[in-house]
Write a protein that binds this ligand. Structure first.
Ligand SMILES: C[S@@+](CC[C@H](N)C(=O)[O-])C[C@H]1O[C@@H](n2cnc3c(N)ncnc32)[C@H](O)[C@@H]1O
Length: 233
């Protein structure tokens, strides 16, 4: 295994690439579950029409494109650090500007530059999973308006079935460099009470965690934690 230490390798170069060549449509559905096939949808975000919404780790921006077309936010900002994901998102959905704004940035500095700007922030197995929560969650709290809401979907356990961490510890999980070499990257797979404690420490209130069971069995299926919290009014 090759351990890549440079911070510039884009580990998301391959993700979603095959689909981006064959499916250019704005999705008609929005799911939180790992399987993207069942369970609750955008209603979990609360009211988004006319609001300022941010997708943290948006990938190719399919969820954000759905919201832009079907729920009319005033603005939805799809933030992703990966140059490859940003390029694919722009190729697929740049025509949805100005309602949809596709931004290439690490979520943390983006949020730190957007104090009290957002009504709703969300992440679908996105930046929340791959960024130190002690940095990301306080930045998200500061970027939300009073009363704003953060919702995220994250793994309830590792994809090999191993239990989530009992404390705020990341694991090294397999990844691929753009040229196909195997490496690792950090992922935070945390138990419900750990997310609740981290959110509480970041200043969030009314924290709820729901478990969405995988709709099908088999390898690489997973249960989802759907976490919701508010920035105090
Ligand atoms: C598993 S993909 C999910 C993408 C999208 N949310 C979806 O459901 O298809 C994770 C994404 O999070 C992005 N990401 C991870 N950490 C990030 C960070 N700190 N800031 C911005 N994007 C990040 C990656 O670049 C990648 O596109």
């Amino acid at each position: 295994m090759v351990r890549v230490t440079t911070s510039t390798a884009d580990f998301w170069h391959h993700y979603g690439r095959a689909r981006a060549t064959s499916d250019r449509a704005v999705p008609g559905t929005f799911y939180w579950s790992w399987g993207q096939d069942a369970g609750p949808g955008p209603e979990v975000l609360g009211e988004v029409t006319g609001r300022c919404v941010g997708d943290l780790g948006a990938g190719t921006s399919r969820h954000a494109a759905h919201l832009a077309v079907h729920h009319q936010p005033a603005r939805i900002v799809a933030v992703d650090a990966s140059p490859a994901q940003h390029a694919m998102a722009a190729d697929l959905y740049a025509h949805l500007a100005p309602r949809l704004r596709i931004v290439q940035s690490d979520a943390v500095p983006h949020l730190q530059a957007m104090t009290c700007a957002y009504d709703v922030l969300y992440s679908v197995f996105g930046a929340v999973d791959f960024t130190d929560p002690r940095e990301l969650l306080p930045a998200a709290a500061a970027a939300l308006k009073p009363g704003g809401r953060l919702v995220f979907a994250t793994l309830a356990h590792y994809l090999n079935g191993a239990p989530a961490q009992p404390d705020a510890t990341a694991a090294d999980i397999p990844a691929k460099t753009p040229d196909g070499r195997t490496t690792t990257m950090r992922r935070w797979v945390l138990q419900e009470h750990v997310w609740t404690k981290l959110l509480d420490e970041a200043g969030f209130t009314d924290i709820t965690v729901d478990v969405l069971p995988a709709a099908t069995g088999g390898p690489r299926t997973a249960d989802t934690l759907l976490v919701s919290a508010y920035h105090p009014s």
